[in-house]
Design a protein around this ligand. Structure first.
Ligand code: SF4
Length: 411
């Protein structure tokens, strides 16, 4: 494992308020002891580092929560510690998620000095009415101002928008997206609003207070998004992420290509040497776990080869480049990763592309990813070791975008 690449995810669990669509691990607290949290993150990081010696660190991602609320000194200390535990790759990518209000934008210079070289800005919308609906704590004007500051301070700046809000139309979304594409960004994360269980939106929806956009209208907006971003030179490289060539998030590519990543901080997930790790979600539980055990791990589970291969399939098919199914099967010593007869049917129906043992979604396949995964995943590895062609196209369900409104980078 020495010299093998590794990504590091650091979760900051605090926000100034809770957005009504958000199901991330975010908490609102009246006061935050920044020094105690710096020490806790450093201790949790040291625990992971001891279990993963000799790795080459290719990326660090500060996600949340709202990590732009961290003291820049804490960000600096975590980066320095990480680059001491592991050898940092020359081109290490260090991303921090930020909210665009003026207090946080004022910290951008210090965050850049601390070593952050890529900012991911949660703009979500340019429109004040939409921002109010989404419960965001910033205005459209603050968003533009923060983007301008970020683009001066950081070499790479991405921003997020949420679309398919109630009332969105092709005309309104195409105007918003056109504006976004004119702002000089080289990476965009574009998420459809989804109603997640346990959120305030879920309760409002259950009470009949609003109706989300229907699936046909959402699918039309997704197709419009794909076409406009491709034409502007930022095609999708993942279901919800778009970039100019070479500007993709290297950190997130590690998740989707099924590489190892250490996850530290409350609620962070990690993938380490065939183990799935999860930290305590509630900040107070995380701290007491850390005091007790020297780390914040709540669960650690050894994945079976079948589980790991299935995860690699689910993650990898999100990417435009798709997966080398034969290579994944060989990596996890399985006779086959997918049911090739079903794959070939989906090729005939225009939902998958296949080149030997490599498969990828087509644009229409991207609209029904969950359905495709259910179709092609191998249930009985012995029975499906057989391969190859079959003629009949299967019935395909009406498009229902398999997209998420999430912006968190800890999968
Ligand atoms: S959406 Fe982002 S800013 Fe809003 S509560 Fe969730 S983590 Fe915090």
């Amino acid at each position: 494992m020495t010299g093998q690449s590794l990504a590091l995810y650091v979760h900051w669990p605090f926000c100034v308020s809770k957005c009504p669509y958000c199901d991330f691990n975010s908490h609102v607290r009246a006061t935050i002891d920044q020094d105690a949290w710096r020490d806790a993150l450093l201790a949790d990081l040291a625990h992971e580092a001891a279990l993963l010696p000799g790795r080459r660190l290719t990326s660090i991602f500060f996600g949340g929560g709202t990590p732009s609320l961290m003291n820049p000194g804490t960000v600096d200390a975590v980066i320095e510690a990480a680059c001491t535990h592991w050898a940092a790759a020359e081109s290490i990518e260090i991303t921090l998620e930020a909210n665009p209000n003026s207090v946080e934008a004022a910290r951008f210079a210090d965050l850049a000095i601390a070593g952050v070289n890529r900012l991911s800005l949660g703009l979500q919308s340019f429109d004040d009415t939409a921002l109010a609906f989404l419960g965001r704590a910033h205005s459209g004007r603050e968003g533009f101002a923060a983007l301008e500051i970020a683009q001066k301070r950081f070499r790479r700046v991405s921003f997020d928008l949420i679309y398919a809000l109630p009332g969105d139309s092709e005309a309104s979304w195409s105007a918003t997206l056109g504006q976004a594409l004119s702002l000089g960004t080289r990476h965009l994360s574009l998420y459809q609003l989804t109603i997640e269980p346990g959120t305030r939106f879920a309760a409002l929806h259950a009470a009949g207070k609003f109706e989300p956009l229907d699936s046909d209208a959402s699918a039309a907006l997704y197709e419009l998004t794909d076409a406009m971003t491709a034409q502007a030179g930022l095609p999708s490289y993942e279901i919800s992420n778009h970039a100019r060539c070479g500007q993709e998030s290297r950190h997130n590519l590690t998740y989707w290509r099924y590489g190892d990543y250490a996850g530290v901080g409350p609620g962070a997930h990690g993938r380490r040497l065939g183990m799935r790790t999860a930290r305590h979600k509630k900040p107070e539980n995380f701290l007491s776990g850390l005091r007790r055990n020297g780390h914040g791990i709540a669960e650690e589970e050894k994945l079976s080869p079948i589980e790991a291969a299935d995860e690699a399939l689910v993650m990898g098919l999100r990417l435009r480049e798709g997966i080398d199914a034969d290579a994944i099967a060989a990596r996890f010593e399985r006779p086959a990763l997918v049911d090739w007869r079903r794959v070939d049917r989906l090729v005939l129906s225009g939902h998958l592309q296949r080149n030997g043992g490599c498969i990828a979604l087509t644009p229409s396949g991207r609209l029904v990813l969950d359905h495709i995964l259910g179709e092609i995943a191998v249930r009985d590895p012995k029975a499906s070791a057989v391969a190859r062609p079959l003629p009949v196209a299967p019935p395909v369900p009406a498009p229902k975008p398999a997209l998420a409104a999430a912006s968190s980078s800890s999968p």
